[in-house]
Design a protein around this ligand. Sequence first.
Ligand SMILES: Cc1cc2nc3c(=O)[nH]c(=O)nc-3n(C[C@H](O)[C@H](O)[C@H](O)COP(=O)(O)OP(=O)(O)OC[C@H]3O[C@@H](n4cnc5c(N)ncnc54)[C@H](O)[C@@H]3O)c2cc1C
Ligand SMILES: *[C@@H]1O[C@H](CO)[C@@H](O)[C@H](O)[C@H]1NC(C)=O
Ligand SMILES: *[C@@H]1O[C@H](CO)[C@@H](O)[C@H](O)[C@H]1NC(C)=O
Ligand SMILES: *[C@@H]1O[C@H](CO)[C@@H](O)[C@H](O)[C@H]1NC(C)=O
Ligand SMILES: *[C@@H]1O[C@H](CO)[C@@H](O)[C@H](O)[C@H]1NC(C)=O
Ligand SMILES: *[C@@H]1O[C@H](CO)[C@@H](O)[C@H](O)[C@H]1NC(C)=O
Ligand SMILES: *[C@@H]1O[C@H](CO)[C@@H](O)[C@H](O)[C@H]1NC(C)=O
Ligand SMILES: *[C@@H]1O[C@H](CO)[C@@H](O)[C@H](O)[C@H]1NC(C)=O
Ligand SMILES: *[C@@H]1O[C@H](CO)[C@@H](O)[C@H](O)[C@H]1NC(C)=O
Ligand SMILES: *[C@@H]1O[C@H](CO)[C@@H](O)[C@H](O)[C@H]1NC(C)=O
Ligand SMILES: *[C@@H]1O[C@H](CO)[C@@H](O)[C@H](O)[C@H]1NC(C)=O
Length: 604
Amino acid sequence: MGPIILTLLAATALSQFSSAADTPFSYESIQLRPSDLTSLSPSLSKLVSFGNASDPSAASASRKLSSTGCKVFPGDKEWPSDDTWGEFNKTLRGALIKTVPIASSCYSGWGYNKTRCDFLLANWADSTIHELDPTSYMSPLYQGNTCPPTANPNGTCTLGGFPSYVVNATTVKQIQLAVNFARNTGIRLTVKNTGHEFSGKTGGAGALSVWTHYLNDILYLPKLDDEVQKYSGPAFKGGSGVIAKDLTGCWGFGGYIAGGGHSPMSPIYGMAADQVLSMNLVTPDGQFVTASSTENTDLFWALRGSGGSTWGVVTSVTIRAHPGTPVTVVKFDLTASTSKTFWLGMKAYWKHFIEYSDAGIYSYFFIFDMPPVPFMQMVGFWAPNKTKEETAALLKPWFADLAALKMNVNASYVMYPTAYPAFINTFPLEAVGGDQIVGSRLFPRESFKDPNSAIFNKTFDAWSTTNSSMLISFNIAARNVHNVSNAVLPAWRETVMHTIMGVGFPNAAASTAEKRAARDGVTKSMKKWREVSPGAGAYLGEADIEEENWQTNFYGSNYKKLVSIKKIVDPWDLFWSRTGVGSEVAKVKTGDVLQNENGPLCWT
Ligand SMILES: Cc1cc2nc3c(=O)[nH]c(=O)nc-3n(C[C@H](O)[C@H](O)[C@H](O)COP(=O)(O)OP(=O)(O)OC[C@H]3O[C@@H](n4cnc5c(N)ncnc54)[C@H](O)[C@@H]3O)c2cc1C
Ligand SMILES: *[C@@H]1O[C@H](CO)[C@@H](O)[C@H](O)[C@H]1NC(C)=O
Ligand SMILES: *[C@@H]1O[C@H](CO)[C@@H](O)[C@H](O)[C@H]1NC(C)=O
Ligand SMILES: *[C@@H]1O[C@H](CO)[C@@H](O)[C@H](O)[C@H]1NC(C)=O
Ligand SMILES: *[C@@H]1O[C@H](CO)[C@@H](O)[C@H](O)[C@H]1NC(C)=O
Ligand SMILES: *[C@@H]1O[C@H](CO)[C@@H](O)[C@H](O)[C@H]1NC(C)=O
Ligand SMILES: *[C@@H]1O[C@H](CO)[C@@H](O)[C@H](O)[C@H]1NC(C)=O
Ligand SMILES: *[C@@H]1O[C@H](CO)[C@@H](O)[C@H](O)[C@H]1NC(C)=O
Ligand SMILES: *[C@@H]1O[C@H](CO)[C@@H](O)[C@H](O)[C@H]1NC(C)=O
Ligand SMILES: *[C@@H]1O[C@H](CO)[C@@H](O)[C@H](O)[C@H]1NC(C)=O
Ligand SMILES: *[C@@H]1O[C@H](CO)[C@@H](O)[C@H](O)[C@H]1NC(C)=O
């Protein structure tokens, strides 16, 4: 959902940032040294010592599970004592947080606070409050909904799929300690940046979490050369907690880039992952490394597009900077006299998807199922480097078709000098925190080539009959314009439409039958979408948590290579996330109707 830009930074607008050579950020110079270990007690030293991924005996010895066959879970005899947590906290210089669920203030058992609870009830949909909380994630559904904000203080609030402890990281050393501690104790490890991810991948019951929010330094590099990637030009280095909003407009560096990252500039510059020149990270063995076109090249390839929380904890990312581009944005709403007419109007739009993508256009629109006639909101028809007149000329043939259908268009055209103000004025902060089950698909360009073809009609029929309260759609292309080699799902290169279905149900208290019906609805509609787009895929950052054949659908032809790299880098399967690379080895045991993070992670 919601567009993200971080590839459209105007170098000129950033004179406030100092320019300097590509040295590590100060928080990256604070590292765990082998000598630090000797000053600790022997037992603690063992728990925070490095791993050796190339020593198979050490690797298997440290893939610790409890006697239950699951990751060590609170209540297990292997769970560290309070004293051990306390000692660990000291090595972290006090950065360890014991999880307090975001909405606990609404419950008498947790110390009821009416002021705070009322604030949460009123602002639950605002992503900012979840970003600022160490453990909250924006899909409470997949947390298990065990502590929703409520006006009734008599209910129960439990941790559910929230992690047990969080390291509020401000140095690389703390991250190394956390990674080593989790690996050596056998506790589940998770990573949270903003918590925007759709499928609950930023949390997990009984986990130790690394929170990257405060790794937010930004540096402008006027000139950077990458001979392998054939780039010579300005760049930005940003901490993984940088919310691109700090820079230009929106969401997080950490997970967004790792998963590919699409934006309004994708038709022109490609995916966010295509912009990356290097990344610094703490790998599963606890070491701090750089991955670039010349160092740790397999890891570098994998890190760009195959999803967060798989290869380590990223601490900073260096990306290409692009010059500012003027953008014309068109906004309008559409409905029709009948549902049939409405969909004819949409079909007329589809005829131009390839032409628009090739002209560098990105558009973002919602279709609300509002019987008897659906309603479309064009959030932004985004035309970089185009005047109002040029943009109107592109829209003219479609608008003529709409006029013939008596569908009124009252469009507003605004031209902005650069993408930043265009972005701020176009895309409102989106509501989060709802109980929706989503699914998505990247429909292939090929299907849009001939509006009279059977495949065009079949694709349109599958889409327009989706049993969903809402369609969130993008006319978007993300060609590999820089010709880089990375792990972005190949289907991204061939698409002109990314579309998300969302099926909501009333609330946390929905009955088992209601949840099941919503789940089955998405499963059925997803099946129809896949049937008309064989060989395509889905964007792992905004996808169905129960995606069938996720290996193929989220990673395509890259999957085999990704798994082979995973085995080398992370023989412990320390970084596990649902539908992540190599995640077949384990699953979360939950007693809930819907798959979620509310239970121990168990090896199968
Ligand atoms: C309202 C809304 C709008 C959205 N709009 C877009 C959009 O326009 N384009 C788009 O591509 N996506 C969009 N998304 C999806 C979102 O970008 C992805 O879910 C993305 O993964 C979020 O990344 P994040 O950095 O904010 O981190 P999180 O959501 O916190 O984390 C995402 C994943 O990355 C992992 N992770 C986080 N930080 C790190 C790190 N430092 N090192 C390693 N792993 C890490 C997490 O464990 C998790 O698996 C949207 C989501 C929402 C809710
Ligand atoms: C890691 O293990 C390999 C294989 O046993 C060994 O050759 C190597 O020296 C070890 N590395 C370290 C740093 O201990
Ligand atoms: C860790 O130490 C800090 C500072 O001493 C303290 O405020 C915090 O509560 C401790 N965390 C835990 C989980 O005990
Ligand atoms: C209750 O919450 C408010 C708002 O977050 C805060 O200012 C206040 O200190 C809290 N009261 C108590 C008793 O913790
Ligand atoms: C909560 O419990 C108290 C005491 O038992 C009772 O007075 C109150 O009515 C209850 N509130 C609700 C909303 O049920
Ligand atoms: C996390 O660390 C930052 C930076 O030190 C601090 O400002 C913030 O209050 C901490 N957050 C929590 C919840 O402890
Ligand atoms: C914008 O248009 C100008 C002039 O046609 C061209 O030089 C420039 O490369 C274009 N910029 C982008 C981002 O396409
Ligand atoms: C068209 O939209 C503008 C706002 O964008 C509004 O001021 C105007 O009244 C609308 N005109 C019609 C005919 O609806
Ligand atoms: C596809 O639908 C159009 C009407 O939108 C129709 O004219 C055309 O014949 C259909 N093509 C096929 C192959 O069914
Ligand atoms: C793109 O890169 C590949 C190697 O990764 C190379 O073979 C090919 O020639 C490049 N194409 C262009 C247009 O530069
Ligand atoms: C559509 O989905 C709803 C649940 O969201 C379900 O109750 C209904 O039966 C579904 N309809 C069809 C035709 O599948």
